[in-house]
Structure formats: C-alpha cells, structure tokens
Write a protein that binds this ligand. Structure first.
Ligand code: ATP
Length: 217
C-alpha cells in the first residue's frame, strides 16, 4: 500500500482538492491519501480560518470518503513553534516508516511550477514520488530549464511504476479539471455569493455556522 501526502492550506478544503484526490487514488490504486494541512509561519500571509477551523473542515470533508484521512503533523502543537518545510516532513515520515515502504507527495500543477522556490526541492524525490494533478489556468509545461530537466529525468508514464520503488518517480495524473480555488471561494463568500457547489455540504454548513470568510447573518 502506497501512502500519499497531499499538502495544502485548505482555507477552506474544496472540490478542487477532493475530486482530483479521489481520482488519483483510483488511477494509481492501492494508495491511501492523507491530507496534510500546512502550518503557516508567522511572517507569511495567514489563513483566514484558524488552524483548528481548517482542521475541523478537513475532518468534515473526509468523513464520508474512506480513502482519505488527515495527517496533522505539521499543525501539531510541537510543530507550531518550528514551521516545517515539506522536505522535513517527508524526512520525518521516512524516519518513522523506514526506507522501503512507498510514499508519494501530491500537488497541483500550480505548485509544480513554483517548485524551484521550495527549500531543497530536488531532494523531495529521495523520500517520495511526486504525483501532479492537472489544474486549469496553469501552463502544462514549465519554462524553467532546471525543472524541465529534473522532470525529464524522473518522469514515468506508467502509474504502476509507483508501486515498484519506494520513491523517486514523477507522475502526471489524468485527474479531472476543476476550476476552483480557495481564494475564489473566500472572495465569493465575502460578497455573500453561494458556493455550495464548490465544497462538501458539511463544510459549507460549518462555514455558515462559524461565520467564516465574511459570512453575514
Ligand atoms: P489558495 O487559493 O488559497 O491559494 P488553493 O485553492 O490553491 O488555495 P491550497 O490549499 O493552497 O488550495 O492547495 C493545496 C494543494 O492543492 C496545492 O498543491 C494545489 O496545487 C492543489 N490544488 C488546489 N486547488 C486545486 C485544483 N482546483 N485543481 C488541482 N489542484 C489543486
């Protein structure tokens, strides 16, 4: 069984996260996905929802999707004093689980394009495979030569290769195109526009109950 971590701010979680996650689990098979909410360091723009509200929304979202769970390590109380880079999280996971079990890290195409700004990005494959979900509005190819070469060196077109090695492959999944972003959801809610088709009903109800993102009575 391959474990996949899907990192994000999830402010809030929406169908642009959930539908590709479910699709990629079906595509790769024998894969359990954990949503990995990020801790945002104090010097970065903060999420509008609190950490516990983001976590509560994730819990409501995964309740009815058995192939999804939550890995809260980056927002656990110990971690809050030491914001972690993805590479640190993958290293910690390997430390706990050893070097022989399969691990993948899932990201959208927008995150792939910004990967060269991530700390120690080229070492990610020393710990995990990289699974990339399609995302409308973002270039399908990078114009960064270093990223291009790295992808070319590690890409596989066969999802089943991901089960043959514990880490090291890049795979572009054939996930559905969902033109949804948390930024757009927050903006629409602030303008009192309905978003109930963009996220699970229980998450939408929670946003209403907690009056998140500018919900008014
Ligand atoms: P924001 O609009 O606040 O930046 P977001 O909607 O992009 O948020 P994040 O929580 O930042 O969501 O994203 C977490 C991960 O999910 C990232 O790897 C991102 O690329 C991916 N992702 C987010 N939305 C989509 C989408 N609609 N399709 C595919 N991948 C997505």
């Amino acid at each position: 069984m391959l474990t996949a971590l899907f990192g994000g701010t999830f402010d809030p979680i929406h169908y642009g996260h959930l539908l590709p996650a479910v699709a990629i689990a079906h595509e790769v098979k024998r894969m359990q996905i954990s949503l990995l909410p990020n801790h945002i360091p104090p010097h970065k723009p903060q999420p509008e929802a609190t950490t516990s509200q983001r976590l509560a929304m994730l819990q409501l979202a995964v309740e009815e999707i058995p192939m999804l769970s939550i890995d809260a390590r980056e927002i656990s109380s110990v971690r809050l004093t030491h914001p972690s880079y993805t590479i640190d999280t993958l290293q910690a996971w390997r430390h706990e689980n050893g070097n022989h079990v399969g691990l993948a890290f899932i990201m959208g195409q927008d995150s792939l394009l910004s990967l060269p700004t991530w700390h120690n990005w080229q070492s990610l494959l020393d710990y995990a495979h990289l699974l990339v979900c399609r995302r409308p509005g973002y270039a399908e190819k990078t114009d960064n030569p270093e990223l291009q070469a790295w992808i070319a060196n590690h890409q596989t077109l066969n999802s089943q290769d991901l089960h043959l090695a514990p880490h090291g492959y890049i795979y572009f999944a054939h996930t559905p195109l969902e033109d949804i972003s948390a930024t757009e959801i927050r903006q629409r809610i602030a303008q009192q526009t309905n978003c109930d088709d963009l996220l699970p009903p229980k998450v939408w109800q929670y946003i209403q109950a907690e009056k998140l993102y500018g919900v008014k009575d």
